[in-house]
Design a protein. Structure first.
Length: 209
């Protein structure tokens, strides 16, 4: 994994968390940015430290100093972006936005964004070889689909109890919101190319002689 990919995965993950917070909040909630940052930063730093612990070993051939320089930059960029969005949220949206229109397209976008982040990050948490990286790609779908199903159910409950829709109106929307990202995850995980730790070493540092 190259540093830019990790940074992009983190940024996409935060974008999904931020939009999901706005989707699942009910007016007049005014802490969307703060909530998103509170959820994202601990999650992002925990994932980053697990990736670092997994890969920064002599057997992976990564020089610690070079690794730390590149890896820290890759991790810091999404964190800084999340804090900047929080500031913008407070300054221009009064702690919002709480999203009440075009919810279905935005929710579908969040699902695809979460899958992209999971597909990039999960293999680096679980894999130690190319073959295991391929299995980790499938494992990311196994983790993603139930998580996304839970999010879509929460969205249904928000629509029913918060916006006044009926279950009959919300159930078809739930099917659409669940099926498209889940199908993308399952299909892409089945054909996703594997990545080895040798590539990770080349991205974050040079092999020790």
């Amino acid at each position: 994994m190259r540093p830019i990919r990790l940074s992009l995965a983190g940024t996409v993950l935060f974008g999904a968390v931020f939009l999901l917070t706005g989707l699942l909040a009910l007016p007049p909630y005014s802490a969307v940015g703060a909530t998103a940052v509170t959820v994202f930063l601990p999650l992002w730093f925990c994932l980053s430290m697990l990736i670092a612990a997994r890969h920064m070993t002599p057997s992976h051939g990564i020089v610690k100093k070079e690794f730390l320089r590149r890896f820290t930059a890759a991790v810091a960029i999404p964190a800084v972006i999340s804090l900047a969005v929080w500031v913008v949220s407070e300054a221009y949206w009064r702690g919002g936005p709480v999203i009440t229109a075009t919810r279905t397209p935005i929710l579908l976008g969040c699902g695809l964004a979460l899958w992209i982040a999971a597909a990039v990050v999960t293999p680096q948490l679980l894999s130690t070889s190319s073959a295991q990286a391929h299995r980790a790609g499938r494992a990311s779908a196994v983790v993603f689909v139930p998580l996304w199903a839970a999010i879509t159910v929460v969205n249904l409950l928000v629509g029913v109890f918060g916006a006044g829709y009926t279950f009959a109106e919300e159930l078809p929307i739930l099917v659409v919101n669940l099926s498209i990202p889940a199908a993308v995850a399952i299909l892409s995980a089945s054909v996703r190319p594997a990545r080895s730790n040798a590539e990770f070493a080349l991205a974050y540092g040079t092999r020790e002689s």
